[in-house]
Design a protein around this ligand. Structure first.
Ligand SMILES: CC(C)(COP(=O)(O)OP(=O)(O)OC[C@H]1O[C@@H](n2cnc3c(N)ncnc32)[C@H](O)[C@@H]1OP(=O)(O)O)[C@@H](O)C(=O)NCCC(=O)NCCS
Length: 394
């Protein structure tokens, strides 16, 4: 095993053995694998979106040269990721460069057949390769780097047991915007049994407590799922304009919702706490499909004593501040029932503009159909309303 000073850098890896998992089979990548499909993957903008190879067009010849180069490089190795069932070659995974002095190695991968994305191929391939790197090669630590918006990649590494070691701010430029580099790492001793999964829970920025004048937003946690909170969710006067009214709410359903937000890379959930009493009086959310896409806010003031006292406006203002200043969301949106005067008024005060009406979008408990009003605000608009908002609400 090439992990002592004397054989450093001279030895080629041992003959790569086949690594077989439930769904994924890894076998050594050879020149014969440089097929039209492989060339197609390397020229597919969706696939190379977060890869450094995207700056040039690729041909069979240059990929062949690349694969040959890897095969003679003592510090690099590459496997074909194949389906265990059919043997179909669906992507590649690379280990290297390996630093034999420190016994570390970097992993990069590509699932080229987009039809199998989201089926766990990447997670299993990383898991299999990690096991090989630690057990067969005696490596100590594995690393990987990912664009902050490459959620699939980050999740796959986290699922395979990697942790976020750090963030290099604004490290990449992608589609005219900067993106952080998420540095992922796995130290051998912490390796889980192959196939094990971990909650991902990675967020580019965890929310601290967001402090306002009369209210603060605290990241929602299990302890905040109190009887009072469940009571709000089931109270017809409070849930009148909320989708939760269709199902009976319980501690379990609330916990399920909290977990789904925790797992998301780009959604946030807070309890709204009143400074005066120290009590939680409501909740706020900011949800987005991915970092960089518009985010939708949501709010519930559950303590009726706090209705009409500015809690909603201050809470949403804090949400916008976090969403724009910290997360750089390009836009924040909200949807309200047309008849929900209090919420429509609050969103207007917040600086939002009406973007449209979805006619008869909802049916109230009394059978009446009501419109949904769509609201939106850009960072500049929100900022320019700040002075005005505080003047009228000081
Ligand atoms: C990133 C990539 C490797 C993920 O491969 P994959 O086989 O789809 O990944 P997995 O199925 O193992 O998915 C792991 C998790 O990411 C999620 N995921 C996958 N693609 C996603 C996407 N585009 N957006 C959001 N989540 C995604 C999966 O749903 C899964 O989440 P879960 O654990 O919560 O269920 C693949 O999309 C790819 O090759 N992209 C192009 C090349 C690239 O970017 N490589 C990584 C460079 S660091």
């Amino acid at each position: 095993m090439p992990n002592t000073d004397s054989d450093t850098a001279m030895a080629k890896f041992p003959v790569l053995r086949e690594l077989r998992g439930g769904r994924v089979l890894l076998r050594e990548l050879t020149e014969a694998d440089v097929t039209d499909s492989y060339v197609r993957w390397m020229n597919d903008p969706e696939i190379v979106r977060y890869l450094e190879s995207r700056y040039t067009a690729h041909t069979t010849e240059d990929i062949l040269e690349y694969v040959r180069g890897i095969r003679i490089d003592p510090n690099m190795m590459m496997w074909a990721i194949c389906s265990t069932d059919t043997g179909e070659h669906v992507g590649n995974i690379k280990l290297g460069p390996v630093d034999w002095n420190h016994r570390t190695g970097d992993i990069g991968l590509m699932i080229g057949e987009r039809s199998v994305w989201g089926q766990g191929y990447a997670t299993e391939a990383i898991d299999l390769l990690s096991g090989y790197a630690f057990e067969d090669l005696g490596l100590r630590r594995l690393t990987a780097g990912s664009y902050e918006q490459n959620t699939g990649s980050i999740k796959a590494f986290l699922r395979a047991g990697f942790q976020v070691d750090g963030v290099w701010r604004d490290h990449y430029v992608s589609e005219g915007e900067t993106q952080d580099r998420i540095c992922l790492g796995l130290v051998g001793e912490t390796l889980q049994a192959p196939g094990s999964t971990k909650e991902s829970g990675w967020k580019p920025y965890r929310s601290d407590v967001l402090v306002g004048i009369n209210y603060s937003l605290v990241p929602f946690s299990e302890e905040l799922i109190t009887e009072a909170y469940i009571g709000w969710l089931n109270d017809p006067e409070i849930n009148r304009f909320l989708e939760v009214r269709y199902t009976s709410q319980s501690k379990e359903s609330a916990l399920g919702y909290l977990r789904s937000i925790d797992r998301s890379g780009s959604s946030y959930f807070w309890g709204v706490k009143a400074h005066r009493s120290g009590e939680m009086v409501g909740t706020a959310t900011l949800q987005s499909e991915r970092v960089g896409a518009p985010a939708e806010l949501g709010l519930m003031i559950g303590e009726k004593d706090y209705w009409g006292k500015g809690a909603a406006l201050e809470a949403l203002d804090l949400v916008c501040r976090f969403g724009f200043s910290k997360l750089n969301f390009p836009k924040i949106t909200a949807g309200t029932y047309g008849v929900n005067m209090a919420m429509n008024f609050t969103l207007k005060r917040l600086g939002m503009e009406i973007e449209g009406t979805i006619r008869d979008a909802y049916t109230l408990n009394n059978g009446e159909s009501v419109d949904e009003i769509r609201w939106g605000v850009f960072p500049g608009e929100w900022k320019s309303r700040q002075g005005q908002m505080h003047e009228t609400h000081a």
